[in-house]
Design a protein around this ligand. Sequence first.
Ligand SMILES: Cc1ncc(COP(=O)(O)O)c(C=O)c1O
Length: 466
Amino acid sequence: MPLHHGHEPQSEERAHVCNPFLTEANPALGEDVVPPRHRLADGPVPAEVAYQLVHDELLLDGNARLNLATFVTTWMEPQAGQLMSECLDKNMIDKDEYPQTAELEQRCVTILADLWHAPDPTEAIGCSTTGSSEACMLAGMALKRRWRARRGADSQGRPNLVMGANVQICWEKFCNYWEVDIRLAPMEGSRFHLDAPSAVALCDENTIGVVAVLGSTFDGSYEPVGEIAAALDDLQARTGIDIPVHVDGASGAMIAPFLDPELVWDFRLPRVTSINTSGHKYGLVYPGVGWAVWRTKEALPAELVFNVNYLGGNMPTFALNFSRPGSEVVAQYYTFLRLGHSGFRQVQRASRDIAQYVSGQIEAMGPFALITRGDQLPVFAFTTKPEITAYDVFDVSRRLRERGWLVPAYTFPENRTDLAVLRVVVRNGFSRDLADLLLADLGRLLPELAQQPGPAATSSTTPFHH
Ligand SMILES: Cc1ncc(COP(=O)(O)O)c(C=O)c1O
């Protein structure tokens, strides 16, 4: 959550409302009774007035379907919405009171363990979370505890975690909050994510794990998990240092199993001990649900697990929060049931086809160079060619926004801060028709941008944290 500051009391002064359409239908909207925004009103307002005020204010938000910045699901079927509204009052932690919701959660974990080739899906252990960020914190905590157990009482050094500079900010948070040294392999030339040599070069006996990302947030590319695992096998053979791999599959763990079944990135690699994904990204569920799965019970230290009452017995739980809505977990199970394997493949295939179509069309426009093509995650990044001096990616982003399209522009991290890109995330619901409208808008604004004397210099140098 952003940290919000309070507001000055004078910002409470409001214009009087005298429009009879409003005041006759809803006298409470009339003069002197418009409720304050930054302190509690003295008393209640009617439900329809409160609804209208909040509803109208939210019109200022961007249009979720035109948001090509987010990985998070912006469309579900009405039946899913109905199930979710039926479960809004269920607390996920009340396993004893809502045993069937707990049962659906358990089934989802087993479905994911099976999808990710756990040696025995019924023996794998996992949980739902509020999103990948919480799942990554839990996986990181397990790695840290296992490292401490491995090193024993004589461990003197500080633990460290190895990953690429392209990791999502949740990993920086993990290292900060849990006092683990962060070891980031920088980007190098046209290598925009972690590879095996750069990972191994940072490892030592205090490395709690290597995080490999299956699909980089910056450009949608898959990190070579198999090569990283093989290089760590080799390190172990040479030095005896045994370092586990966690796969941050926030997006890719729900893409690769359906579209790249031959790619070996998951529990088929014995070194991969845990995997996370965001149910609310390519798991196709509204925000906020994520999942963390460990390949076996041994991979999750028992002392991290708490027990809650469940049908008069005990149910093991692992979570940072206590109360959480049950509706997203129910929606995840609905989506698994609804689509099955081939349904997921079709949905993800459609997104990836559209991503590749759009990236190809953008490349053909001339002024842009593709960084990625959308052929791994349905996500691609592109930049302006060096000869384009009249405008930059920030100008393009700003102008697209005038038409309602939310396409972020951002600079790459340390070592490649010279590179600024636009990124398009194609999700379920971004149809070929919408894709053509985006392309038409982009094509229309390029001649205008070419007339500029130079970039508008509103460029942000803030690193991108999505
Ligand atoms: C690779 C990766 N890891 C973790 C996260 C955090 O995911 P969530 O928003 O589900 O907490 C993201 C979000 O974009 C991501 O791309």
